[in-house]
Unconditional design. Structure first.
Length: 413
């Protein structure tokens, strides 16, 4: 039984090659001989990337005996430093802000145009012929200190993927990468060394890339954004979710997407207080790539004593009719005990609430949004006098507004 891969025990070895010819040709009688040579020679020279595998196109008649000397397939491998560095695209500029440049993540490319490569021919008798262009250019692969700039071995990538498939993140995986005291002492006592444990090469970004690749593969149900949205809503509905979808043919008309899960429904119906939270520029339209609005119904969770989002709504246009449709959909499909809804100081949301629930629901306004609206308005007011007088007038106005805001009785208000 083959032993499981362990990055702590596995090591990457490097030594400098010194063949007589610029290009060497090797012959192996079987795959075992080739694998041993590749493991202890080529893989100890550099990290190799599989480029292509071309199968023989020779047509063999049915029942004919295969010629053992005929080619079965050819593999092409290149040094992981081959190719040219891609040209960096110009940084995007924010709309209406010519001097404000969006920061771009820059990952340093390891491509330096190295010409080293392997051409591996496999024949019908399972023998191998390897043409080895072993001389590397523009970098020194035998330098163990620069291994962090090379790609991980395939076995290490597979090991990471296996742990990611078990729902482990970096916090869990890094515990498997700790070297024991003897290994650390051995590395520390050697001024120079020819191998390094693979565990020392695996970092957070390697794990994060595997996690993101897995999430993207699960999330992208179709290459088309529009079709993907439809498939996701159908998937949610099949799993007991309540969904609403209205995607008009007219791209200028607002679309509406809403959903909530069965366990969300229990909290949604039991809550007497809702908070209607609206966020902008958190999602992009799958129709024309414009910014959309995400609205969320948030309730109090009596178990955790914290806020809990229970229903979600995405629209391309934030207006009373679209919000009213969302609220009416929740009202008609649930046995609500709702008494109060808190929102920001948006008149659009207040009109939608009144249109959906009438006067049976109290509307509360968020203090933070009110203070922000007042502060924005105060800054626009012109006061007479010098700077000190203007500052005192603004301070007095704020104090009176806050007194109104926090008044406990109607007479005080």
């Amino acid at each position: 039984m083959e032993k499981a891969y362990d990055p702590v025990k596995a090591a990457v070895r490097r030594f400098k090659t010194d063949y007589e010819n610029e290009i060497e040709v090797f012959h192996f009688e079987n795959e075992t001989e080739f694998s041993e040579w590749y493991k202890h020679n080529s893989l100890s020279h550099a990290t190799w990337i599989q480029q292509t595998r071309n199968y023989s196109k020779k047509v063999v008649p049915p029942g004919a005996i295969l010629n053992p000397q005929d080619l079965k397939y050819t593999d092409f491998k290149r040094c992981d430093h081959h190719g040219k560095k891609p040209a960096s695209p110009p940084a995007p500029v924010l709309q209406n802000e010519e001097n404000c440049v969006v920061k771009r993540r820059k990952t340093k490319s390891i491509k330096v145009g190295c010409k080293a490569n392997l051409k591996i021919k496999c024949f019908n008798d399972d023998s191998f012929e390897v043409t080895y262009n072993w001389r590397h250019s523009n970098h020194t692969p035998e330098n163990i200190a620069k291994l962090s700039g090379s790609r991980l071995p395939e076995a290490a990538k597979q090991w990471i993927q296996e742990h990611v498939d078990k729902h482990n993140n970096w916090e869990g995986i890094k515990n498997f990468l700790r070297l024991d005291e003897n290994q650390l002492n051995e590395i520390g006592n050697h001024g120079t060394f020819k191998e390094i444990p693979v565990a020392m090469l695996i970092n957070y970004q390697d794990v994060q890339n595997a996690i993101l690749a897995k999430l993207n593969a699960a999330a992208r149900k179709h290459k088309s954004d529009g079709k993907r949205v439809v498939l996701w809503l159908e998937y949610l509905k099949e799993n007991g979710y309540e969904t609403m979808r209205d995607i008009p043919d007219n791209t200028d008309a607002p679309f509406v997407l809403s959903w909530y899960s069965p366990w969300h429904k229990k909290y949604l119906e039991a809550a007497e207080d809702w908070f209607l939270d609206s966020t902008h520029k958190t999602c992009v339209s799958f129709i024309d790539k414009r910014d959309c609005y995400l609205m969320t119904i948030v309730v109090h969770n009596p178990i955790t004593s914290k806020d809990l989002p229970v229903a979600f709504f995405i629209t391309s246009v934030k207006c009373s009719p679209t919000i009213e449709r969302f609220l009416s959909w929740l009202k008609n499909n649930n046995n609500l005990k709702l008494k109060r809804i808190m929102t920001d100081c948006s008149a659009t949301e207040q009109r939608a609430i009144i249109s959906s629930f009438g006067s049976t629901i109290q509307i509360f306004l968020c203090h933070w949004h009110l203070q922000k609206a007042w502060e924005d308005h105060i800054k626009k007011i012109s006061f007479e006098g010098d700077s000190a007088d203007k500052k005192a007038a603004r301070k007095l106005l704020r104090a009176r507004l806050y007194k109104i805001l926090y008044s406990e009785k109607e007479d005080g208000f």
